[in-house]
Ligand binder design. Structure first.
Ligand SMILES: *Cc1c(COP(=O)(O)O)cnc(C)c1O
Length: 453
């Protein structure tokens, strides 16, 4: 046993290239190797048990090893594990598409599958571009995209083109298409120096200025509804999302709602758009869609968009896009079972009380000397650490404060992952109140232990 751990650690460092990871630093630390999971817990190869505090990177919806989802995948495996949607179909893809159309906001009537959030976004961008091309007769000038400062929509070149996180995106600038950056929506560090609600959502007015000027050149606006996840769980002020929808309508710009992170109950409703009764023209889904089991994503569109792609083959209106594993049957089976559990468990109904408990538990973090801001929406939370609270001064990068806190939490039996100096908590939706309490308390103690020495 002992020998196996050591060998795995050595081989991990020797053969693997981990995502979003400085491998030089990684090689200096002891890799943590997860071997199994159950409910809210993970076990490493040495048999240590941890609470999974980030839903295995924002994907697990009802916990690990849900018997209903396990069984659905096994049942599907006994029929067929992969067939294609290029020219053929299969029951799971059809049933899931119908279900997604039923549960997503009004008007989204077509489902295009892929495997990751990034690809769902690529597809949304290409569809939006092609839509204008095909509806404007002689070709369209509407070929730009508006995105928000601090936004994250994935890592492929198209999704990076509409990404607003300099640390991840800036280097690739020469490879990217031109996109228009809208004012940041980061109330704690408002780029306009305002405070909500007295600001009257000034960032929205700035967005309107941009749209007024650029609408004739703009195919679509892409937004993470309600919460910008990777930016550090930045929660938009109430009314912002609705305001964006209204501007898109007014200026004839398609609205792409990227619900990859916020979809499937994360913010307390099935989709974040529901909070403000918003109907986007295109919606992207990923992460929680299979309950955290298999890679699957979907891009949904309205009939108006879909119809613009109809024509005879020689009219060349076809959407020439499709990945090899598009709509994989095992993934579709997992996704259907995931949605069934939402119903049979009454997940969203039970979430209400737990969200309140979570919110109250998080309030206490303001007592800590180095907690500047606590942001929460449903079951996503970000705790922003600052060197100086009064001046909102950030820690020097070399302090690696976020990383130190999560390493401390790990020692105490909790796995979380920071976004810079923001400690992210993202428990799965079916976590028990007891486990939630433990998660909050370990996080609190870890922040205190690291920042108040
Ligand atoms: C994670 C994420 C993506 C990218 O999804 P991948 O599956 O990692 O490609 C896109 N958009 C948002 C909002 C995300 O949070």
């Amino acid at each position: 046993m002992e020998k196996r751990d050591k060998q795995l650690c050595m081989d991990d460092i020797k053969y693997l290239w981990h995502p979003f990871t400085q491998m030089k630093e990684y090689a200096r630390e002891n890799p943590l190797i997860i071997e199994k999971a159950e409910g809210s817990f993970l076990w490493d190869v040495k048999g240590n048990k941890y609470i999974d505090g980030v839903s295995s990177l924002w994907v697990t919806t009802h916990g690990h090893r849900r018997k209903e989802i396990d069984a659905a995948i096994t049942r599907q495996m006994e029929k067929v594990s992969h067939t294609t949607l290029l020219g053929l179909s299969h029951p799971g893809a059809i049933e899931l598409a119908k279900k997604l159309v039923e549960i997503t906001p009004e008007g989204l009537n077509r489902v295009f599958y892929s495997e990751s959030g990034s690809t769902a976004v690529e597809i949304a961008l290409k569809i939006a571009f092609q839509y204008w091309f095909q509806t404007s007769g002689t070709g369209s000038r509407k070929n730009k995209f508006i995105y928000l400062a601090n936004s994250y929509h994935g890592d492929t070149i198209g999704s990076v083109s509409v990404g607003g996180i300099d640390l991840f995106h800036k280097l690739y600038n020469p490879l990217l298409f031109e996109a228009l950056k809208a004012e940041a929506v980061y109330c704690y560090r408002c780029s306009l120096g305002k405070t909500f609600p007295s600001c009257g959502i000034k960032c929205l007015a700035k967005l309107e200025e941009l749209m007024k000027k650029e609408s004739e050149n703009t195919a679509a606006l892409i937004i993470e509804p309600l919460v910008q996840g990777a930016a550090g769980i930045l929660v938009a002020p109430p009314g912002y999302l609705k305001g964006v929808r209204n501007l898109c309508t007014k200026y004839n710009v398609l609205m792409i709602a990227d619900e990859v992170a916020v979809g499937f109950g994360r913010t307390g409703k099935m989709f974040a758009c529901e909070h403000e009764n918003v109907q986007p023209d295109i919606m992207t889904l990923g992460k929680g869609i299979t309950g955290g089991y298999l890679p699957l994503a979907a891009t949904l569109t309205t009939d108006r968009i879909f119809d613009a792609f109809l024509g005879e083959p020689d009219e060349f209106k076809t959407f020439f896009h499709g990945h090899t594993y598009t709509g994989n049957p095992l993934a579709c089976a997992a996704a259907l079972a995931n949605l069934q559990v939402f119903e049979s468990d009454g997940t969203l109904e039970k979430l209400l009380g737990k969200t309140l408990f979570f919110k109250n538990g998080l309030e206490r973090f303001y007592e800590l000397k180095h907690v500047g801001d606590v942001r929460q929406s449903g079951f996503m939370a970000g705790i922003e650490l600052v060197a100086d609270k009064k001046r909102k001064e950030t820690y020097p990068l070399s302090d690696k404060i976020g990383n130190r806190v999560i390493m401390e939490a790990r020692k105490r039996g909790l796995i979380i992952r920071p976004l810079g100096d923001v400690i992210v908590l993202m428990p799965h939706l079916s976590i028990s109140v007891e486990e939630l309490k433990e998660l909050i308390s370990i996080t609190y103690d870890s922040i205190k232990a690291v920042t108040e020495v």
